[in-house]
Design a protein around this ligand. Structure first.
Ligand code: 5AD
Ligand code: SF4
Length: 423
């Protein structure tokens, strides 16, 4: 979502005739788009802002947008008085004001708006993989998570607006669409005639666009995987056989304290249904270790579920206490060294599963999408339907197929190697 927000801000600056520079000392405006999900990222923002202040040229504007801006509000100006603007994740469309009137201090951390989606210009060239936000905010209120505070309650965008943005992306270069939302499968929009649209309707609409060859969505809440959506994996070949569906923990006790009230049986039933719909579907997850009160046996259950589901690609984090969240004041906070140990054990287990899955792909031929070249310029980077990176030698004739069937020749934990069979 942050990447998408940054695109829209960049498109606005482009439209005003500005050009990007990698050199902070050369920039007329420096904008840090920020994430506050974990404390470490938040702290980095303020040290980075201090560096920008000391490096930027006199008169250059600088500020923060996104969730750290929302969390810090006016206190950001106390910490760094030279800041020109502090704009929350739902008010960054007000940035043009600071360009029009550089002498003001702009503070806006309001919530509840979908305005930003319509106010800033769209990108002229859509990236090959284009993100399309369909809802924002979250009603789940997991006890560790700051998102409901920073991005507010769930709001779904109008069906027609999402279709319009998807079509715009398709007509301007997008080949893959990734529908985005903090709780993407909770998407629900009722139009003025009382017709209700769900994520499955959006997938169907995008699949009708000939330019769009692949569709995916992230991030899903397990118990909101409704049957209409699961069926899309059986009926819509453009929908990739890959799903990010975070479980967070394998312990029912921890899940209850996290306010994620699903049972492991219910979670596994959803996985079984998904696999029945599409035999080759692969799942990824997010995990939090060291949640308050997590015992060794709770942690063992997380390892167990990871091995049982065989997640092929996961993100795991040490629990980080966040302001405005219930878990931050829960008793039995786990010491840092135990969190660190558990994270290393979990990462090892997840890496092993990922390596085994990657190795099982060797000798298979997979339809892949080209996402660019590596740093040397000698290799092409493709993405398999399971979101693995596949490295391919660049053809001598410079014929770079956007989509290609690639035979996988080698694998390690992080990536695959392959050769183009046909496009
Ligand atoms: N501490 C650690 N990880 C967190 N996440 C969200 N909040 C926290 C927190 N307080 C993780 C969850 C979520 C991902 C985006 O970030 O795993 O799925
Ligand atoms: Fe945060 Fe995701 Fe839970 Fe919503 S469902 S509160 S975004 S972790």
């Amino acid at each position: 979502m942050n990447v998408y927000d940054s695109w829209r801000i960049a498109a606005m600056l482009d439209a005003r005739g500005m050009v990007a520079t990698k050199d902070v000392a050369d920039a007329d405006i420096i904008i840090l788009n920020t994430c506050s999900v974990r404390e470490k990222a938040t702290n980095k923002v303020f040290s980075e802002l201090g560096r920008v202040r000391d490096t930027k040229k006199p008169g250059a504007l600088f500020g923060i947008v996104g969730c750290v801006a929302r969390e810090a509000g006016a206190t950001a100006f106390h910490r760094i008085p030279e800041l020109n603007f502090v704009l929350g994740p739902q008010s960054y469309h007000r940035l043009p004001q600071i360009l029009d009137d550089p002498d003001t201090k702009l503070l806006n951390i309001d919530l509840g708006g979908l305005e930003k989606f319509d106010e800033l210009p769209q990108m002229v060239h859509a990236p090959t993989v284009s993100y399309i936000p369909i809802q924002e905010g979250c009603n789940h209120c997991c006890t560790y998570c700051i998102v409901p505070y920073t991005r507010g309650r769930e709001v779904s965008r109008a069906f027609d607006d999402v279709v319009r943005d998807t079509l715009h992306a398709a007509k301007n270069g997008a080949v893959e669409i990734c529908f985005l939302g903090q709780n993407v499968n909770g998407y629900k929009y009722t139009d003025e005639n009382g017709k209700t649209y769900r994520l499955s309707d959006l997938i169907r609409a995008a699949a009708k666009m000939p330019e769009i060859r692949r569709i995916r969505f992230t991030s899903s809440y397990p118990t909101e995987m409704t049957d209409d959506l699961i069926q899309m994996f059986a009926t819509e070949p453009k929908l990739l056989p890959f799903l990010n569906m975070p479980i967070q923990s394998g312990s029912p006790d921890v899940l209850r304290r996290m306010n994620r009230p699903y049972s492991l049986d219910a979670y596994m039933e959803i996985i079984d249904k998904l696999r029945a719909a599409r035999g080759d579907i692969q799942i990824s997850s997010d995990f939090i270790v060291g949640f308050p009160g997590e015992t060794d046996s709770d942690f063992e259950q997380t390892l167990e579920i990871a091995r049982r589901v065989r997640y092929i690609n996961s993100y795991s984090f040490k629990y980080s206490p966040r302001p405005h969240t219930a878990a931050a004041t829960m008793p039995n906070q786990i010491p840092e060294n135990i969190k660190r140990e558990r994270l290393a054990v979990l990462d090892n287990a997840l890496n092993e599963i990922q390596r085994e899955f990657n190795e099982s792909c060797v000798d298979k031929t997979l339809p892949c999408l080209c996402e660019g070249t590596d740093k040397t310029g000698r290799h092409l980077l493709y993405r398999t339907p399971y979101m693995q990176q596949c490295i391919v030698a660049k053809p001598k004739d410079d014929n770079i197929p956007t989509m290609a069937n690639i035979k996988i020749t080698a694998a390690n934990r992080a990536s695959l190697r392959g050769k183009i069979i046909s496009d």
